[in-house]
Each structure stands twice: as structure tokens, then as C-alpha cells.
Design a protein around this ligand. Structure first.
Ligand SMILES: [Zn+2]
Length: 236
């Protein structure tokens, strides 16, 4: 039995490694995926920032067109002033000109506001460009490494399984069955006892079980956690 146990411990080492590697088989592609998603998000941020800047510039341009139109009208009205005969019409037109000029002063302030906004938005665009560049750099640094690691993990699992198959040949099928069933639910599945305590669940074992584990002639499992128990004086 103790020989079976020693081989089981080797198999268990392999199985625990395989379990970790299988977790990597899941998480590595997820990591890669998240790098691609990050770039998509950064591209969207950049497009949003560019659209924002563009909108601001369009608003600014529209107001500039209004200001120009008002200026043209003002010039036209000023030219008309000298041809007006009636005082009343003259005053009305002067008032009209004043109104247009006041309006333009306000509009020019608004243009200044938009120019300042455009400057802020321009720096947001620059920031978004830098963020995208950084994400692309991260992907180009990591992509191949992760892909290589995925291949390496697959190969490592294959090698470990081959090793496991060889070791398995030298364990009695009955013991192997019990082990295979247990490792699915309990990792580790093979644990030592210290004194009369199972080192899997830390519960007390019956004196009879402790005795049998010490003898090492039959397969003894913990009554509480069903793990396979062993005792090796060096380890015990
Ligand atoms: Zn136990």
C-alpha cells in the first residue's frame, strides 16, 4: 500500500499542476481578450473626444459667420446713413447699428469661450491619443508572450498527462479509482496524518483508523472528508 501511496503522491503533484495550468488555459485568453477590448474602448474614447472637439469648432464657426454677417450689415447701414433724409429714420438706423454692434460684442465673447473650450477639448483629444497609443503598446508587448504561454501551457499539460499515464500503470486499479474520484472534489486528495489528526480536514481519526494507516496495509480514507490517508514516519 505504501508504494501505491508514494506513486499517488507523485500523481497528485501532477494533477495539482494540471489544475493550475487548466486555470491558465481559461485566464490567458481572457487576458488577451481584455487587452483587445481595452483598445476598442480607447478608440471609442478618442472618437468621442474628436467628435466633441469637432462640434465645438462647428459652433464657433457658425457664430463667426453670424458675426461677419452682422458686420456686413453694419457697414451697409452706415453707408445708408448719409442718404437718409428724415431724422426719425436716421435715429432708427443708428439704433439698429448700435444693436448689431452690441450683439457682435456678445457674440465675440462667445467665440472666445468656444476657443477656450476647443483648447480644452484639443488637449482631451491628445490625452485620448496617448491613452490609445499606450494600450496598443501594451498589446504589442504582451500579445505574443501570452500566445506563446498558451501554447506552452497546452504542451505542459500534454507532457504531464503522459507522465501521469505511466505512473498510473503502477498503481492498483482499485486505489487509482478511489483516488480519481476523490481528487475531483478534494485537492489534495491524499493527505498525511499527524498524530490522530487528518491533515485534510483537521478532524480526529478513530484509534483503529490511525492504527491501520500506520500499518499501511490497506487503503484508509478519512471518515469526515473522504481523503486518502497515509503515514510516513519522516513526514508523520
Ligand atoms: Zn479528513
Amino acid at each position: 500500500m505504501i508504494k501505491d501511496i508514494l506513486r499517488l503522491l507523485e500523481i497528485q503533484d501532477i494533477d495539482l499542476k494540471i489544475i493550475q495550468l487548466k486555470e491558465l488555459q481559461v485566464s490567458l485568453p481572457q487576458t488577451l481578450e481584455s487587452l483587445f477590448k481595452d483598445i476598442e474602448a480607447k478608440k471609442k474614447d478618442l472618437a468621442d473626444a474628436q467628435k466633441n472637439l469637432q462640434d465645438t469648432r462647428v459652433h464657433q464657426k457658425n457664430i463667426e459667420v453670424d458675426v461677419d454677417a452682422n458686420k456686413q450689415t453694419t457697414i451697409k447701414y452706415k453707408n445708408q446713413l448719409c442718404q437718409i433724409k428724415s431724422n426719425e429714420q436716421y435715429r432708427a438706423l443708428v439704433k439698429e447699428i448700435e444693436t448689431l454692434e452690441k450683439k457682435n460684442t456678445k457674440l465675440e465673447d462667445t467665440i472666445l469661450d468656444y476657443m477656450m473650450k476647443a483648447e480644452e477639448k484639443q488637449s482631451s483629444v491628445k490625452q485620448a491619443e496617448e491613452n490609445l497609443k499606450r494600450s496598443e503598446q501594451t498589446l504589442s508587448n504582451e500579445e505574443q508572450k501570452i500566445k506563446d504561454r498558451i501554447v506552452a501551457v497546452d504542451n505542459e499539460i500534454k507532457e504531464l498527462l503522459a507522465k501521469r499515464n505511466i505512473l498510473k500503470e503502477n498503481v492498483s486499479p482499485k486505489v487509482m479509482n478511489v483516488y480519481d474520484r476523490t481528487i475531483q472534489h478534494k485537492q489534495p486528495a491524499v493527505v498525511p496524518i499527524h498524530g490522530n489528526i487528518c491533515q485534510g480536514c483537521y478532524m480526529k481519526l478513530t484509534p483503529n483508523d490511525v492504527n491501520e494507516v500506520h500499518k499501511g496495509h490497506t487503503l484508509i480514507c478519512c471518515d469526515n472528508c473522504v481523503r486518502i490517508l497515509y503515514y510516513i514516519p519522516d513526514h508523520g
